[in-house]
Design a protein around this ligand. Structure first.
Ligand SMILES: [Zn+2]
Length: 156
């Protein structure tokens, strides 16, 4: 089932791939092992916002929904999921674990952006991870989709 996705994949394609992945080799990505994802970095970036246009799919997966932040690379609206209180994800940044409460992604660039705890995504520095291949991206999206929600949370 690998190989059907090309870089630049659209939200609808991701949705299909995530559905297919759910029955498959689940569990063995580094995202699920100890709840840690590989090789995130801190990136200084200026985020801009723009409401999504009507022709953009509102959902990329069950729990990733369209938001107003634009991908810094391609300027498409990014999709977002929120981890519930007590259900936060942890990522490894320079060998240290950091808490992640919200996650933004661009399916066109295979990239992830997360606000640093206590900050908004637009505050200037973010956690950043970019996959080289859709084969790396799909398991991560599947994992975060399975633990993410579409419910907001009050804290930054
Ligand atoms: Zn992008």
């Amino acid at each position: 089932m690998i190989g059907w996705i090309l870089a630049g994949l659209a939200a609808a394609t991701v949705y299909t791939a995530v559905k297919e992945n759910e029955g498959g080799n689940n569990g063995n990505t580094s995202a699920t092992k100890h709840g840690v994802s590989p090789s995130w970095e801190v990136k200084t970036i200026s985020m801009s916002e723009d409401p999504p246009s009507m022709d953009v799919k509102p959902y990329m997966t069950d729990n990733f929904y369209i938001g107003s932040y634009l991908c810094p690379c391609c300027r498409n609206n990014m999709y977002k999921t929120v981890f519930r209180m007590g259900g936060e994800e942890y990522i490894s940044v320079n060998g240290k674990l950091h808490i992640m409460k919200r996650l933004f992604t661009c399916p066109h660039c295979l990239s992830f952006y997360a606000p640093i705890e206590g900050h908004r995504l637009s505050d200037g520095s973010v956690y950043f991870l970019q996959c080289k291949y859709s084969e790396d991206y799909i398991p991560l999206i599947s994992h975060y989709n399975s633990v993410g929600t579409t419910q907001g949370r009050p804290d930054a």
